[in-house]
Design a protein around this ligand. Structure first.
Ligand code: BYC
Length: 472
């Protein structure tokens, strides 16, 4: 198998699909359903073509091709990173054994569940972002939105491939279900909480791509360690695409903060509303919301599910192979957040059941890097105000801290006080209306909305004023 995809095929792939007629038929019969889902749930803004990156190769060099393409003709393909000869299981009770090319019968249900949960998030995010094109602050941003959308579509293909290739009839049924559940639907919502929230404006989009896509990075990083080699290779390639999504979030928030700081300095005021920028307290409240709902995505502080996944070799830790321990963890322990005598505290538990906490902490320290960057922008502008990550107990709806309320500083408060004061910490309807009022589209080449600074760099060496999108 080579790394290069065959684009003459109906479904571009590097998995030798042509040689597996049964799988080819199954995927080709799912393809029209995907396309009609994309038509009805994908980007709503009509375009002629968009300057997009398409994956063509999985090697180190030149894995993607950039061109103007008609979005509905985008070639969603199936790509696995190259197979590593003699790859061995790196953790759990099968540590040291050869990785699996097929799904062991005893782990079928768990693996399917993990793949379905991962797969469910991908189309969900496309649905959440469906209407954002209408209010894009520039053609550059519009193009990035569409790039993220088509790649989330490809990530759905990546999971559907695994379901169809390795899970028989149940896998085919799950693949259909992935197109039937919808973000925010009353009857059949998406599986995880954050994927049923709205992404109604671009500040939310940048926060989502910073905080929620970053959960994707960490979850994919643990699935890349999987003993089930096709899952590992699929996730490895998805991570490559994922880094662009997080760049969109990181630099998107950078640019919002930069613009606000400019206006604050220029007019010597904190009150930037009259000048069409987004006040820092609103940015902080959006940050608080997206960060806290993303913390929930890691599951409970203690979980027997995650202990079983690890022991079985299905889902590893972040940077598993760089950790200096026995990679079995049967005798280890970890401190995790818990309610201790009714107060926010920590308890010691077996390391295996605490693995969701271990991953969440890796994620939290990565999130802090973004906050540091945004604060550097404020510092460089000579401003004293700083952004910060709220306490891990703030606004939690999953896990040990779900039953209590806490301030962003981690002080426990009553449900009444929470109701009274939550508008200090989470976006209020006034905040949201104000942000939405700024969301006037700027679809003119080289122009940008007043609430955000232009990017420092364009895409693929092109300038900011390149014709990234031709609208219909
Ligand atoms: N909302 O034992 P627990 C991405 C459920 S993002 C609703 O702690 P576990 C992307 C849980 O399912 C990455 N329900 O759970 C980003 C369980 O239900 P059951 C997505 C939740 O299994 C942006 C019960 O509560 N990938 O790629 O240890 C754009 C008990 O929980 C939530 C993955 O997540 C929630 N937030 O851990 C596009 C990787 N959290 O079994 C894409 C695959 C938990 O009692 N998933 N529950 O019915 C997993 O590894 C794990 O399933 C989880 C949960 C980490 C999600």
């Amino acid at each position: 198998m080579t790394g290069t995809a065959d684009y003459s095929e109906k479904i571009p792939n590097n998995i030798g699909l042509r040689e597996d007629r049964r799988l080819q038929r199954a995927l080709e019969s799912w393809q029209p359903n995907f396309l009609s889902w994309w038509e009805s749930m994908g980007p709503a803004l009509p375009t002629e073509d968009v300057y997009l990156r398409t994956a063509v190769n999985v090697g180190r060099e030149g894995w993607a091709h950039f061109d103007h393409v008609v979005m509905k003709d985008y070639r969603w393909g199936i790509f696995l990173a190259e197979r590593k000869a003699d790859r061995r299981i790196a953790f759990g009770e099968h540590k040291g054994e050869p990785v699996w090319q097929n799904v062991p019968g005893e782990y079928r249900a768990e693996l399917r569940r993990l793949i379905v949960i991962q797969g469910d998030t991908e189309p969900a995010s496309v649905e959440q972002q469906r209407n954002l094109g209408a209010t894009a602050p520039s053609l550059y941003d519009l193009r990035n939105l569409f790039q993220v959308n088509v790649e989330e579509g490809r990530h759905l293909w990546a999971m559907v491939y695994l379901l169809q290739a390795y899970f028989g009839r149940e896998g085919r049924e799950e693949a259909e279900e992935l197109l039937h559940r919808n973000s925010g639907s009353e009857d059949s919502p998406r599986i995880l909480g954050a994927f049923n929230e709205e992404t109604p404006d671009w500040l939310s989009f940048f926060m989502f791509t910073y905080f929620t896509d970053r959960d994707g990075k960490y979850q994919l990083g643990t699935l890349k360690e999987s003993a089930f080699d096709p899952l590992s290779r699929t996730c490895e390639f998805m991570l490559k695409e994922e880094s662009h999504h997080m760049m969109v979030g990181t630099t998107g928030v950078d640019r919002v903060v930069e613009r606000t700081a400019q206006v604050m300095v220029e007019h010597d005021t904190d009150d930037v509303v009259g000048h069409g920028a987004i006040p820092l307290p609103i940015i902080q409240r959006y940050l608080n919301f997206h960060y806290s709902v993303s913390l929930d995505l890691f599951g409970s502080e203690t979980s027997t599910n995650v202990a079983n996944y690890y022991t079985a070799g299905l889902k590893g830790r972040w940077s598993e192979e760089r950790r200096r321990d026995d990679h079995k963890l049967t005798d280890d322990s970890i401190m995790v957040e818990a309610l201790v005598d009714g107060e926010i505290g920590e308890i010691q538990v077996a390391a295996l059941v605490g693995l969701n906490t271990d991953l969440r902490r890796e994620y939290i320290s990565d999130c802090q890097n973004g906050v540091n960057r945004w604060n550097k922008i404020l510092e460089d502008a000579g401003l004293a105000h700083r952004l910060k990550l709220p306490h891990v107990a703030f606004n939690r709806r999953v896990g040990a801290l779900a039953g209590i309320e806490a301030t962003p500083d981690g002080e426990m408060i009553s449900a009444d006080e929470w109701q009274r004061r939550k508008g200090e910490w989470l976006p209020t309807s006034v905040d949201k209306s104000y942000v939405r009022s700024l969301m006037q589209p700027v679809h003119e080449r080289g122009k940008i909305a007043a609430w955000i600074a232009p990017p420092r760099q364009g895409i693929n060496g092109k300038p900011f004023d390149y014709d990234y999108v031709h609208l219909a």
